[in-house]
Write a protein that binds this ligand. Structure first.
Ligand code: URA
Length: 269
């Protein structure tokens, strides 16, 4: 093996190590994506390789958009997410975590990203935050076994539960957007600031967005704007139980809107 090849392999292994450790490696990997795999003419300088960066980032995005658009049912969309290879998180996750609950429910909840338990079980919101979420939503008569569909804006667990990078969010977003288009909910609940920012394309904090009557829309969307409300994320509430008063406020705001929308719900506990 020539020194060039072994050096490139070592560099790639190092990049994979740092990504698995939770460091955003999009930029560095884009440079290495253009590096020759075999020995040959001397490698171009990093500056000369830089033009390869745009396709490296754009290609997964285009692939995600095409795969999402081709799905004409929620089941097909789940299969498309499962088959998608354009998000780097897939290589470190055990499973793809797509959706749980009732297809055709009038309420869709989107969270951020799977954690350890979700990764193990392949289902969204099954760990401690998910159990808290279930208890909170039961208070307003929402239940994934009868009238709720639950998913995330990211479909693979980020290593060490680090925040997803902008590239990872972008490569998953077409699927989350297609889920809204196929589910046609009367109301989409966005749990936490990250999900809200990605879906609503707003740069505000969760504190600014939560509890307000907002609208989710996209250019060229076949549906009219979809009602959207942001709530505090249950993981945040586990870390800061003192915020439960605000969480109660979110639930009351959701309850009132669901009443006005005439969404049938289970008897309250
Ligand atoms: N947090 C999320 O946002 N989603 C899950 O599925 C689990 C925890």
């Amino acid at each position: 093996m020539s020194p060039d090849v072994s050096q490139a392999q070592a560099a790639r292994a190092l990049l994979a190590f740092w990504r698995a450790a939770g460091v955003d490696m999009d930029e560095a990997e884009a440079v290495y994506a253009a590096a020759p795999a075999k020995s040959g003419p001397p490698a171009p300088s990093p500056a000369a390789r830089r033009p390869a960066r745009a396709p490296a980032v754009q290609a997964p995005l285009d692939a995600a958009k095409a795969a999402a658009a081709a799905a004409s049912s929620i089941a097909q969309l789940g299969a498309a997410v499962e088959a998608f290879e354009g998000c780097g998180l897939k290589s470190t996750a055990r499973t793809t975590v797509f959706a749980d609950g009732v297809e055709g429910a009038r309420v869709l909840l989107l969270g951020e990203a799977p954690g350890k338990e979700e990764d193990e079980q392949g289902k969204p919101f099954v760990g401690r935050p998910g159990q808290l979420l279930d208890r909170m939503l039961a208070v307003i008569g929402l239940d994934r076994r009868s009238n709720l569909l639950i998913s995330n804006t990211i479909f693979w667990r980020p290593p060490g539960d680090r925040p997803p990078t902008q590239g990872e969010i972008a490569s998953c977003l077409p699927f989350a957007e297609r889920l809204v288009a196929l589910a046609k909910p009367d109301l989409v609940i966005l749990a936490g600031g990250a999900a809200a920012q990605a879906m609503l394309k707003r740069d505000e904090t969760v504190g600014k967005m939560r509890g307000r009557r907002l609208a989710y829309t996209r250019e060229g969307m076949e549906l009219p704007p979809v009602n959207a409300m942001v709530m505090l994320h249950p993981s945040y509430l586990l870390r800061r139980p003192q915020e439960k008063r605000q969480a109660w406020g979110d639930l009351l705001a959701l309850d009132a809107w669901l009443d006005e929308l005439g969404v049938a719900r289970a008897p309250r506990p």
